[in-house]
Design a binder for this molecule. Structure first.
Ligand SMILES: C[S@@+](CC[C@H](N)C(=O)[O-])C[C@H]1O[C@@H](n2cnc3c(N)ncnc32)[C@H](O)[C@@H]1O
Length: 454
């Protein structure tokens, strides 16, 4: 192979896109990853980082654009780490997301399974109900927004196409008021300063906002003036909480949160389900697509009202609660105690008596749950990116659970887990991807798995 050097420029065709949304091309047979490119682009790239068999390039020029390429409509697109696919049109994104699932099923799962077209959004903008915005200082000015791709430099937010417009309105008001009150932004390098993050949540059904101010210090300076200023500028704001996070950490919230003004909860809905969202709650960030996702689960479970259903990795219990009226009993399991408290609260709020929630690891609690309940008619699993624990799948198999509805945010671990279930005599249904996060690289999918011989 010819030697290659950093700084060399090459003309290449982009033929693939990694799951991190880096374009893939080849230079003399070696793979090169180039950000901001998509399949079908013919580009000039400059090599910036090389290993023996692969390298990274930067985009110098687009010589011939892909049919899926578009000009990003967001002014922050080049730097902001929030979206990765601003340069790809929406239909192109949906096709690529489907391909991600197809590829994982073939390559990792060795499964020949149908993957349906991705269910996208008609209007893929302003869908997010939550933003976590770091604050900092640049050239003595307050900056607040999103971290840049691959760094902790803050992209100063002026606008955002994916979050609810009220979130941007509140963020910009905060950015105006905080310097006037002399509240110091956090300095991540020296671990000094006060205000670390603004976590803003919007209710789509009520058009209201909750703000969580995260400080390094126990004291929030000029608290009363800040509350008055924000409430005046943003009448949609109904709740402000103060969270203290004194640690040197990338984790946003510390352990102490108290409401300092307004309501204890933000109220929102997923279809018929009312949800009270507290400052630290886990809540799906795209409410309209969450309903699409949950309806797929509901239809897939084919409930008649007599079933006992497990909702494993249940977060705030919203999937189980969403279909509780169609089952006899729903049992949720989740490790995060705060989410389980929310689940119990939301069960009461919706008048649901046939739901119970347990705190713990699903793989550890499952054996005693199946023993206690004798008949489990169906199980919903919605694990984090690392997928289901193998011992959990083993318990489902040995219990001969007839129906498993798998909700996944990672096609690779989904493929691994489906492959195991298929080997153990389960039939894997068609996989339905749902686009929960337009303009980003994330892919969500639902699939029904049932015992071949019940
Ligand atoms: C993708 S989220 C689930 C979301 C929820 N089903 C919903 O629709 O809002 C995954 C959840 O699994 C929880 N979790 C992670 N590991 C777990 C485990 N071993 N057992 C139970 N829950 C776990 C996380 O705290 C998180 O709430």
């Amino acid at each position: 192979m010819a030697t290659w050097k950093v700084g060399e420029e090459h003309i290449i065709e982009i033929t693939g896109l990694t799951h991190e949304a880096l374009g893939v091309g080849r230079v003399d047979g070696r793979v090169v990853f180039v950000p901001e490119t998509i399949p079908g682009d013919q580009i000039k790239t400059r090599l910036v980082h090389l290993k023996e068999r692969l390298g990274y390039g930067e985009l110098v020029d687009i010589l011939s654009p892909s049919v899926d390429r578009r000009s990003p409509s967001c002014p922050h697109a080049k730097n902001c780490g929030g979206c990765q696919l601003q340069h790809m049109d929406y239909q192109g994104q949906l096709s690529w997301k489907r391909e991600q699932v197809v590829d994982a099923m073939r390559r990792i799962g060795k499964l020949d399974v149908e993957v349906l077209p991705v269910l996208g959004m008609d209007e893929p903008y302003h869908y997010r109900n939550k933003a976590q915005l770091p604050l900092g200082t640049r050239q003595s000015e307050l900056v607040m927004g999103f971290f840049q791709k691959g760094s902790h430099d803050i992209v100063d937010l002026q606008t955002c196409e994916i979050q609810h417009p009220l979130i941007t309105k509140l963020a910009l008001a905060l950015k105006r008021i905080v310097p006037d009150l002399g509240i110091e932004p956090y300095d991540e390098v020296n671990h000094t300063g006060v205000l670390r993050h603004a976590v803003i949540r919007a209710s789509f059904s009520e058009e209201t906002l909750m703000l969580v101010l995260v400080t390094r210090t126990r004291n929030l300076p000029a608290q009363e003036q800040l509350i008055t200023g924000l409430a005046q500028e943003v009448p949609e704001l109904i709740s402000i909480a103060h969270n203290v996070n004194p640690r040197v950490t990338n984790v946003i919230l510390g352990s102490e949160t108290k409401i300092i003004w307004g309501e204890p909860y933000l109220m929102d809905s997923i279809g018929h389900l009312r949800c009270a969202i507290s400052p630290g709650s886990f809540f799906q960030v795209n409410p309209s697509q969450t309903k699409v996702l949950y309806d797929l689960v509901r239809v897939g479970m084919e409930l008649k009202g007599t079933e006992t259903i497990l909702d494993l990795y249940c977060g705030a219990g919203t999937i189980g609660l969403y279909l509780a009226s169609e089952a006899r009993e729903v049992i949720g399991v989740e490790t995060f105690v705060g989410a389980v408290e929310d689940a119990r609260h939301n069960a009461k709020l919706n008048g649901i008596s046939g739901a119970q929630f347990h705190v713990g690891k699903a793989e550890e609690l499952l054996p005693s749950l199946v023993q206690r309940h004798k008949r489990i008619d169906g199980v919903i699993v919605d694990p984090p990116r690392k997928g289901c624990d193998r011992s959990l799948l083993e318990t489902l198999v040995t219990t001969r659970v007839p129906r498993i509805c798998y909700v996944s945010c990672n096609p690779s671990t989904l493929a691994r887990d489906l492959s195991y279930l298929a080997d153990q005599g389960y039939k894997v249904g068609a996989i339905q991807p749902v686009d929960m996060f337009p303009w980003t690289r994330h892919v969500e999918a639902v699939v029904l798995v049932s015992r071949a011989n019940p």
